[in-house]
Write a protein that binds this ligand. Structure first.
Ligand code: HEC
Length: 266
């Protein structure tokens, strides 16, 4: 009995030694132990969803044009956000997928917004997170190549940068308060710098990502929602022009950065 207790104690001690040792286990350690990203499961599900007939019109998304022609997925994410002639608007991947789900499949846009983010703790799933993982992964190893050739792309980039610097809400923060300098951090998290090309490339190139703390793949639109919440701002609308403008600004800053998704983050 006594021996058992000491064995249990030893087990507890060795299990907690990770947190007691001088260097705490990091997401990097976790990543090394895990090998492949669990996000690959989202990619697989996303492929099935893309090909599956669905919605009131009972068609798949295979005719969806993500910018490189109907059904072309390879390399599409590397050039998004971009201007689309049919909607006369700049769209990121999520705004475009939403558009295809509405126009091709006849789905309700409000319902798409509602189900865009999963809630693993409430067992609420998101098809969007899976399809984003699938489409984005089809640009793996490619560099971001976002252009500002169209006047509306240029305008969206400028709006995005203005939003990035606009201070507001109870804390009077802007995105730039946290993301415009090297070596800034909050507690143990280092904060990315949108104006450091290498850092921006590595950061934006690793979204969508499997978030260990949330046990799901999160998308860049979700990150926009998350940082707005952190700033105590009202929720930013899903796939809105404002969110897309911010994403275009950040992605352009990250141009030439290599896409490696879905990554693993905290
Ligand atoms: C109070 C500081 C703060 C402000 C203001 C802020 N963020 Fe963040 N941001 C964070 C933190 C903290 C993280 C998470 C870092 C982590 O978990 O490693 C983060 C993460 C991010 C990431 C992902 C970085 C990565 O390493 O993958 C992006 C992109 C981002 N923020 C963009 C924005 C944008 C755009 C705004 C303005 C709408 C904004 N942030 C405002 C603190 C802030």
């Amino acid at each position: 009995m006594k021996k058992q207790t000491s064995l249990v104690l030893a087990a507890i001690l060795s299990a907690t030694s990770l947190t007691l040792s001088a260097k705490p286990a990091s997401v990097d350690d976790y990543r090394a132990m895990l090998g492949d990203s669990p996000g690959l499961l989202w990619v697989e599900d996303g492929e099935a969803l893309w090909k599956q007939k669905s919605g009131p019109k009972n068609v798949s998304l295979e005719a969806c044009d993500l910018g490189k022609g109907p059904g072309v997925i390879a390399g599409a994410y590397a050039e998004l956000p971009r201007y689309f002639k049919d909607t006369d608007n700049v769209m990121d991947l999520e705004a475009r997928l939403k558009h295809c789900m509405v126009s091709l499949q006849g789905k309700d846009p409000k319902q798409i917004d509602k189900q865009a983010f999963s809630s693993p703790k409430k067992y609420i799933d998101s098809d969007m997170e899976k399809m984003v993982a699938y489409v984005a992964a089809a640009s793996n190893s490619m560099p971001f190549n976002v252009t500002l050739n169209h006047a509306k792309e240029k305008a969206a980039y400028e709006a995005g940068e203005a939003l990035f610097w606009r201070r507001s809400s109870v804390m009077d923060f802007s995105c730039a308060t946290c993301h415009a300098q090297d070596d800034k951090r909050i507690r143990l998290q280092s904060l990315y710098n949108a104006y450091n090309k290498e850092n921006a490339g590595k950061t934006i190139g690793t979204w969508p990502t499997y978030r260990v703390s949330q046990d799901t793949v999160r998308t860049m639109q979700h990150r926009m929602w998350d940082c707005h919440w952190q700033m105590r701002l009202p929720d930013i609308d899903y796939a809105s022009d404002a969110a897309t403008a911010l994403i275009l600004f950040m992605t352009k800053q990250a141009n030439d950065g290599e896409i490696q998704v879905p990554s693993i983050k905290r």
